[in-house]
Design a protein around this ligand. Structure first.
Ligand SMILES: [Zn+2]
Length: 182
């Protein structure tokens, strides 16, 4: 306990001392700060820097920020074909690429005509309808399968599944062969 209070007293003493030193030297330190940050009016060794090149630093920073932003935007929106500077607003490969009309494989290097737009639109609709139909089939298949499996009784089920899934040559033999000795 004693050593702790000594340490505390020492810290307080140090704090008081540093405040006293600060107060005594405040004028000097303040002057030093003013000179080195360029806020003081009188010409010092840094005056030339802050009124000359130094005052342009913020402008460089702003220009750099704008340039970076523009670069990012260009990278995001320009055509993904290397060396092409057109705006790429036509997605290809399911949105993986954004390409300009010239480089999009569907447009064959020309601006899309009304006829092409309508053809592609219809193709898209047909594809979607086909996909939905397939999904419907898969769904029906999946929902029907468990019902069929449940309908067959215990011993018959594995043979029926094996016959359905694969090797028609081996299947008729194996279930009977393994079944009979047991
Ligand atoms: Zn392009």
């Amino acid at each position: 306990m004693k050593s702790r209070s000594i340490i505390a007293a020492g810290l307080i003493g140090a704090a008081v001392a540093s405040v006293a030193v600060w107060v005594i030297h405040a004028r000097m330190v303040g002057h030093w700060l003013e000179v080195h940050t360029g806020t003081v009016d009188e010409p010092g060794p840094y005056y030339g820097f802050w009124s000359g090149f130094g005052s342009d630093l913020t402008e460089f920073a702003i220009i750099g920020t704008i340039a970076t932003g523009v670069y990012q935007l260009v990278k995001k929106y320009n055509c993904h074909q290397p060396g092409c500077w057109r705006v790429g607003n036509h997605p290809a490969a399911g949105g993986q690429f954004s390409l300009c009309y010239r480089h999009h494989p569907d447009y064959q290097g020309k601006k899309p005509t009304l006829e092409l737009i309508q053809r592609l639109h219809n193709e898209h609709l047909e594809r979607q309808a086909a996909m939905l139909g397939k999904l419907h089939d898969v769904h029906q298949h999946v929902t029907n399968k468990p019902a069929a499996a449940n309908g067959v009784s215990g011993p018959g089920a594995p043979a029926a599944q094996a016959a359905r899934s694969g090797n028609t040559q081996a299947d008729p033999g194996t279930p009977d062969g393994t079944g009979d000795p047991m």
